[in-house]
Design a protein around this ligand. Structure first.
Ligand SMILES: [Zn+2]
Length: 137
């Protein structure tokens, strides 16, 4: 009864590994941070890309029934292609950021997991400045 569960293994959303990162804002000192990222396999990326592509192919004929037919179908196919490209490009997923804003010192976090970009843009919840997160892979 007095045994406490391991917080890392009991957290279902705790995926990936914790890596050092830096939060930068032009004109301010670099702030060290931690980021939890998850490497995505080629199979995962291909599966996600094909799901997005299939969704575009399924939706296109359905929305093509609505006048003026062609633009809706082309837009659905285009959205499927864009989403498939984004899924394929998701080599790493960024799950968590633990750091502070270089300008105001407020803690910054992610609203939801996202594809890791280099540098990854995050905004400060306090001063609303666009910060750049650089992850050391
Ligand atoms: Zn700030």
């Amino acid at each position: 009864m007095g045994e406490t569960p391991d917080p890392v293994s009991s957290d279902a959303s705790a995926a990936g590994i914790l890596v050092p990162a830096r939060i930068t804002l032009f004109g301010f000192d670099v702030v060290p941070a931690n980021a939890r990222i998850e490497a995505r396999s080629t199979g995962w990326r291909a599966r996600r890309a094909s799901i997005a592509l299939a969704a575009g192919l399924i939706v296109a004929p359905a929305v093509g029934l609505v006048p003026p037919h062609a633009p809706w179908a082309v837009a659905a196919l285009g959205m499927g292609l864009v989403m498939a490209r984004k899924r394929w490009a998701e080599v790493h997923t960024l799950h968590l950021v633990d750091g502070a804003c270089p300008r105001c010192g407020e803690s910054v976090s992610l609203s939801r997991p996202a594809r890791l970009r280099h540098p990854h843009p995050i905004s400060c919840p306090s001063c609303r400045y666009e910060l750049a997160l650089s992850v050391d892979l």
